[in-house]
Write a protein that binds this ligand. Structure first.
Ligand code: BES
Ligand code: MN
Ligand code: MN
Length: 478
């Protein structure tokens, strides 16, 4: 029996232990975007470092940010590999931070009190199978845990790893990876010796349909605040005399798209590279019903909408978009108040594709808003990070290793897909180090990522652990 197979057997035996460990991690509310959770976020980092120690590595917590604006620690570990090793140096990346759990009232169990439960009976949208429900279950603690479990079992069953490995698990992915660039810069010499990065933070094509994701979109995320009068005003006395910041804001935002749902910022599409026809054909032939997915979110197929001239899957995987993620100002409480607010704000994100540049897009958005401000109005602008789009070249020698590991673990061939989501590190590693990333993810479309009742199917968790065991063996033999 091969080493990976022995590890898989051990993983199968101790599955209950693995689930218990994941539950412990999920209990820690590592909400990176909210400073109130800085302590717990660090605790989640330490938890992860402790598991790496148990797997025979010597992890450290590396501080990020500055004295004035501290960031969340990066879990950092390195293993040099066997004597005389000449195979690839593998970088594993993941994130231990999670999105805020809001809105809390929509959770069926508390977001940080993980439960393992079978699919709901009677809900036609639910498919049988046990799942673990908690914030971070699939994004990304559950998937990182799959890797940690593979390391733990390898250590216990086989001994020292057969590969050179660096582990980088950050705590700011969900808040735009704002301190990551600096860290990558600092560790450029070390990271420069890596040959491939592996990430489990994406999804599969569907249940029982493993996939390798060959591209993520980039992102530019900015918050704008329009300031008008220096105080809130009675809308009877002042309505009709001054522009209302909320009225101005929504007028502006409404102009961001034209009738074809194309983004109107000048030059927005200048650097967009269109997917080759062969790739579009391959996507159309994938065994999935992308438009039908709307029915799982309470919409009819007819609600399929977006940029004219592209299919649903093309719009998700290969076209840039603009979304308003939040909008505020004025009176938000119960009942009615008659007020012209002094300020109004919106959180605006752009999903980007190759070869768009996040900085350029953010700047052009800012200039576009500035040019449309009414007399006397001010503009505040807060950058929330983001990242470059990233793609894995189809001719990467590591793609074959991932395909064969997935096949060994699942018994079926992996599909090649893309995702509309973003993982800033992918573009960063490519830009700074010319390093390619393998995105081998285990999420499902209905995992409710970033939403209430986020879950990770135990079937997927199992496949994740096994795949990482096989990946280690495949990399060692390259
Ligand atoms: N794991 C996701 C990215 C993802 C989502 C991949 C869905 C595949 C399917 C990641 O944690 C994430 O949420 N990223 C953010 C990045 C942003 C904050 C810069 C995203 O995509 O919104
Ligand atoms: Mn994630
Ligand atoms: Mn996420």
């Amino acid at each position: 029996m091969g080493d990976a197979q022995r590890v898989v057997e051990a993983l199968t035996k101790d599955e209950a232990g693995a689930v218990q460990r994941l539950i412990e991690w999920l209990r820690i509310p590592s909400i990176s975007t909210d400073p109130a959770y800085a302590g717990q976020t660090r605790e989640a980092a330490q938890w992860c470092a402790d598991r790496l120690s148990e797997a025979g590595l010597q992890p450290v917590l590396r501080e990020t940010g500055t004295k004035a604006k501290p960031g969340h620690p990066i879990v950092w570990a390195h293993y040099g590999g066997p004597e005389g090793y000449s195979g690839p140096h593998v970088l594993f990346y993941g994130h231990y931070d999670v999105q805020p759990p809001d809105p809390l009232e929509l959770w069926e169990s508390a977001p940080f009190e993980p439960v393992v439960r079978p699919a709901e009976k009677g809900d036609p949208k639910d498919v049988p199978g046990e799942r673990i429900v908690a914030r971070g279950a699939v994004d990304d603690k559950g998937q990182v845990a799959g890797f940690l479990e593979a390391l733990r079992s390898w250590h216990e069953v086989v001994g020292p790893l057969p590969i050179r490995l660096t582990v980088l698990i950050e705590g700011e992915e969900e808040s735009g990876s704002v301190n990551l660039e600096r860290f990558v810069e600092e560790e450029k010499t070390h990271l420069g010796t890596c040959d491939v990065c592996v990430i489990s933070d994406t999804g599969m094509l569907g249940r029982g349909q493993p996939a390798i994701t060959t591209g993520v979109r980039g992102m530019a995320y900015t918050e704008i605040i329009l300031t008008g009068p220096d105080q809130d005003l009675h809308s009877g006395m002042w309505g009709g005399r001054v522009r209302n910041p909320i009225n101005v804001l929504v007028e502006l935002l409404a102009q961001l798209h034209d009738d074809d749902q194309r983004v109107t910022l000048p030059g927005f599409y200048d650097r967009v590279i269109e997917p080759p026809q062969a790739e579009r054909d391959a996507w159309a032939a994938l065994p999935m019903d992308h438009v039908g997915g709307l029915e799982k979110i309470g919409l009819p197929r007819e609600a399929d909408a977006g940029e004219a001239g592209w299919t649903s899957v093309e719009r998700e995987w290969a076209r840039p978009t603009c979304d308003i993620n939040g909008i505020y100002g004025g009176y938000q409480g119960a009942g009615a108040k008659t007020v012209i607010p002094s300020k109004a704000g919106a959180k605006v994100s752009f999903r980007l594709v190759a070869d768009q540049d996040p900085e350029t897009i953010a700047q052009s958005f800012k200039a576009w808003v500035q040019a449309r401000l009414p007399v006397g109005f001010g503009l505040e602008f807060h950058d929330h990070g983001g990242g470059h789009p990233g793609a894995v070249p189809f001719d990467s020698p590591f793609l074959g290793a991932a395909e064969s590991a997935l096949e060994a673990a699942s018994g079926t061939k992996a599909h090649l897909i893309k995702t509309g989501g973003s993982i800033p590190v992918v573009g960063l590693l490519k830009k700074e180090l010319d390093l390619d990333t393998l995105l081998v993810g285990f999420g499902l479309d209905d995992d409710r990522v970033h939403s209430p009742n986020e879950k990770f199917e135990l079937d997927c968790f199992r496949l994740c652990m096994r795949t990482h065991a096989h990946l280690i063996e495949r990399f060692a033999s390259l």
